[in-house]
Every structure is written in C-alpha cells, then in structure tokens.
Design a protein around this ligand. Structure first.
Ligand SMILES: O=C(O)CCC(=O)C(=O)O
Length: 265
C-alpha cells in the first residue's frame, strides 16, 4: 500500500491521516477475538484505570500474541510508515490497545508522544509514527482521540510529568499551550467505524475525553521508530518501551486472516 501525494502532503501539514476502512470487518473480528483473551490475562502489562480498576491499556501486544505480532508488521502499516519516514529501518517501539470501557473509561490528557518517550526513554528525535486501528466504532460519544491540527509544526512544546490524573504517567501539555495551538489548528475528532486507521506524528498534540457513553471503545496502537533513533535510556519495562531493535519486515496482506489462533510468540 502506498500513500498518495495528497495524503503525504496532508500528513506533513496536518500532522495526521485518517484512513477509513483500512482493515476489513473480517480482520477486525480476528483482532477483537484475540483482544478479549489478552484483556483477561493477569499481568503487569495490563494497566488498570485509577477509579474503576478496569483494564485501560494492554501493553507488549506483539510479545503476547501472534495475531498482534502480525498486525505490527502489517504491510498496510509498515509501507506507509516507511514512505513517510523515508527508511526501511524501523522497529516496534510500543504496541498496545487502549480501551475505554462504557461509562467508566478515563481520559488521556493533552500530550504528544515524543515528550514521554524522550523524557523517560531517551529517544533522541521526534521521528516515530503512531499507527492506530479502531477495534470498535469510534464516535464523538465514546471517547475519541482529538487532534490539534498542525500542532506539530513548531516542534516540541513544553510539557510536565503528570502522575496524578490517570494511572499511566504521561508528560502533558498545559491548557494555555493547548488553547494557543487550537486557535491556529482547531480541533479534529478522529472518528470512524471499526477498521478505520490513523497515522500521526510524534509532536502532534492530542488527547481524548472520558467515555460516559454506553458503548465501549478499543483502539490498537503501534509506534514505529527509526532504528537510528532508538532509546538511550532503559528504565521502563520492555512491554512499555520495547528494546528489540530488529527491523520490521512487512508480511503478506492477508496475514491477519491466516494467523493461527491463540498461539503466543
Ligand atoms: O487511546 C486514546 O484515547 C489515546 C491514545 C494516545 O494518546 C496515544 O496512542 O498516544
């Protein structure tokens, strides 16, 4: 799969792409069935919400599941990432599902990914790409991601470590900066049916509100980073920030539909 010249230009100016129907209903069904098994596991790699105790994030996916190991190497993710970054030397920096359980799923504060991966893991430059696929229909009601269009254009903005708001420590952007950036870029809700994909850059400011709707929301995320830009600090566990810099090699386009069920890597 190749991005068009228009998509590449949009990515550069907006900082993100929304790709409807990148994955089929049959592929999403495979991912959802496997996700149910992973959510039920009792492991430190399943991060729980501060208030409800429900699973908020399932981390280290590619180490726990053949299906998700394949998704991280899916050509519909890897080829656009190679195209945007201009290199085939990419590795898996992080692979997770972020869930927001109906009525109780908590927020993700305003942030951009590089701030945390730079401060906590010593990633040198804001080059990594975050690639998502919706495992549920995502609407304005069930806690969608919200992007500030073009908020990456001036480079990394100031951040501070927030260990209080949720159970997951994050370097976050303050309200004044968000207000300033939103004056220029405005806010864009990343919504769409299950199977929709997102690609966004390391300095794009984004967040998501709590889910007070009766509909759950799960989104898969893989961050691909150039091997030449790998972490220089190794304090966080492997399932949070992955330490294997082996280059991702794209698999066959039907790799999800041919995946053996319930086999761990
Ligand atoms: O799942 C969400 O709502 C937020 C995800 C996010 O901020 C990220 O993947 O960087």
């Amino acid at each position: 799969m190749r991005l068009t010249a228009t998509q590449l230009a949009d990515f550069r100016t907006q900082g993100f792409l929304i790709l409807p129907e990148l994955f089929s209903r049959a592929e999403v069904d495979v991912l959802r069935a496997e996700a149910a098994r992973l959510f039920a596991e009792d492991t430190p790699a399943n991060i729980r919400e501060k208030i409800s105790g429900e699973v908020r994030t399932v981390m280290g996916l590619h180490l726990r599941s053949e299906v998700y190991a394949r998704l991280c190497r899916h050509p519909r993710f890897v080829e656009p990432a190679r195209q945007i970054l201009g290199t085939d030397g990419l590795y898996i920096q992080q692979a997770k599902i972020n869930a927001k359980v109906a009525f109780t799923g908590e927020a993700w504060q305003w942030h951009y990914d590089f701030a945390t991966h730079h401060a906590e893991d010593g990633v040198p430059e804001p080059l990594a790409l975050n690639l998502h696929v919706f495992l549920d229909d995502v609407t304005e009601h069930n806690g969608p991601l919200i992007f500030i269009r073009g908020s990456h254009l001036g480079g990394p903005v100031a951040t501070a470590l927030d260990t209080q708001t949720t159970s997951y420590a994050l370097w976050t952007v303050d309200n004044e900066t968000v207000a300033q950036l939103a004056k220029t870029g405005n806010l864009v809700t990343a919504a769409g049916p299950a199977g929709t994909a997102l690609i966004f850059g390391d300095c794009l400011v984004h967040g998501s509100p709590p889910n007070m709707s009766p509909w759950g929301r799960s989104i898969f995320s893989v961050i691909l980073n150039p091997i030449a830009n790998a972490q220089t600090r190794f304090a966080r566990p492997d399932f949070v920030h992955h330490r294997d810099f082996t280059p991702v090699v794209p698999l066959a386009d039907d790799c999800l539909l041919t995946a053996p069920a319930r086999v761990t890597t």
